[in-house]
Design a protein around this ligand. Structure first.
Ligand code: DSN
Length: 412
């Protein structure tokens, strides 16, 4: 992109955008929650729609001049409904966290009991973490994973649910490499008379293409972000099949949690949803999953301990403490020296603080968008192994060159 107007108006910001552009080009991006959007999505998000105020919903706005944004938001809603096969969709959440805030508030009052996956087991801040609204506004309990297998133990979730009697159970995760059974969560929710919220932010792309079970038919409410495996702009969505809940969700999000919607982002969501409905996107997600399996298998061959011993989705979690006797932070920092971007991540029963942690989380969605295939991820795992074990900083130079070449391999 040229960004010529920014260059004219604001050289300081222009230079930083260009630096970030180069970083994104020269680095291997393994953050499991990131992706590279199409130019069409970028253009929609950078469009003049940012000028428009549109508090309310299509056909019921608090401002005049909404005839075109009404049509754009309606297109986004209809495409999203088709994508997930649901009856009601809200495309206004500014983020996944705000989607979760509105979803939880739609069914819970302050101090109601909620039950979600703990952060260190792979859950999310908004699933009841003590520093999040979800942990301060509600009485939050958590379930974890089996400490041997790293897998969700559904019998244990049921046991906890029977004990704490939640009004709402939240399933879905940020760092769980295996398939989640929404069917089993629904059985648990029914057993204790709780609502079920499925936060599918990470696996949404896999769900809409059939590479992961759908929560539709099981969860009362489904939330997601749009910028991870859905490969859209940064933002959130809320879905349901229940008409009464849909009305509550709409009211709770606006005016309950948010003001004016970001119509430029909603337009970009609409463009992304059109892409997501295509056969190309289905092939892309298939490759994301194949790549992740190849990546995981190579790390296993190299002797690394993977949480759950593998992956069913777009991410894997490596226990670097056991594998290399280093912290997640040390591994993240070392990989950064050779242009590999990933994030440290807590692992189940982590003895390190979150800012250090004992694991790293690796995702294949972003580099698959750049064209990576299984053989690229196998080679990448071999280079990462050498980098992580490298004792001499000088030797890292050759790996950095190799990584930049790999990052450019499929660039047009
Ligand atoms: N922090 C995001 C992630 O990386 O998974 C989720 O909000």
């Amino acid at each position: 992109m040229k960004y010529s107007e920014i260059k004219k108006e604001d050289i300081e910001v222009y230079k930083l955008i260009k630096k970030e552009e180069k970083r994104q080009k020269d680095n291997i991006e393994l953050i499991a929650s990131e992706n590279f959007v199409s130019d069409a999505v970028l253009q929609a998000q950078g469009s003049i729609l940012t000028n428009k105020y549109a508090e309310g919903y299509p056909g019921k706005r608090y401002y005049g001049g909404c005839e075109y944004v009404d049509q754009i938001e309606t297109i986004a809603i209809e495409r999203l409904k088709k994508l997930f096969n649901v009856n009601y969709a809200n495309v206004q959440p500014h983020s996944g966290s705000q989607a979760n805030m509105a979803a939880i508030r739609s069914v819970c009052n302050h101090n109601d009991v909620i039950l979600g996956m703990s952060l260190d087991a792979g859950g999310h801040l908004t699933h009841g973490y003590k520093l999040s609204f979800s942990g301060t506004d509600y009485i939050a309990y958590s379930y974890g994973v089996n400490s041997e297998t790293g897998l969700i133990d559904y019998d244990e979730v049921l046991r906890i649910a029977r004990e704490v009697k939640p009004k709402l159970i939240i399933c879905g995760a940020s760092a769980y490499p295996r398939a989640i059974s929404f069917k089993k969560f629904k059985e648990i929710a029914d057993d204790v008379g709780a609502y079920l919220l499925a936060d599918v932010a990470h696996i949404a792309g896999l769900i809409v293409t059939g590479y992961h079970e759908s929560p539709v038919g099981y969860a009362d409410i489904i939330t997601s972000t749009t910028h991870k495996t859905l490969r859209g702009p940064r933002g959130g969505i809320i879905l349901t099949n229940n008409e009464e809940l849909a009305k509550k969700i709409n009211k709770t999000l606006f005016p309950g949690c948010q003001g004016g919607p970001l119509e430029h982002v909603i337009a970009a969501k609409a463009v992304a949803f059109k892409e997501d409905l295509s056969e190309d996107f289905k092939n892309y997600i298939h490759q994301v999953v194949l790549n992740c399996k190849a990546f995981a298998e190579e790390f296993k061959k190299l002797g690394y301990k993977l949480i759950t011993n593998g992956t069913d989705n777009h991410l894997l979690l490596i226990d670097v403490k056991t594998s290399l006797n280093m912290t997640g932070k040390q591994a993240e920092d070392k990989l950064a020296l050779v242009n590999i971007t990933c994030n440290k991540n807590s692992i189940p029963n982590d003895t390190e603080k979150p800012m250090q942690s004992s694991g790293i989380r690796l995702g294949t969605a972003a580099m698959t968008s750049k064209g990576f295939k299984e053989e690229d991820f196998v080679l990448l795992a071999q280079i990462m192994d050498k980098v992580l074990k490298c004792q001499n900083k000088k030797d890292l130079k050759q790996y950095k060159r190799a990584i930049i070449n790999m990052a450019h391999k499929y660039c047009k």
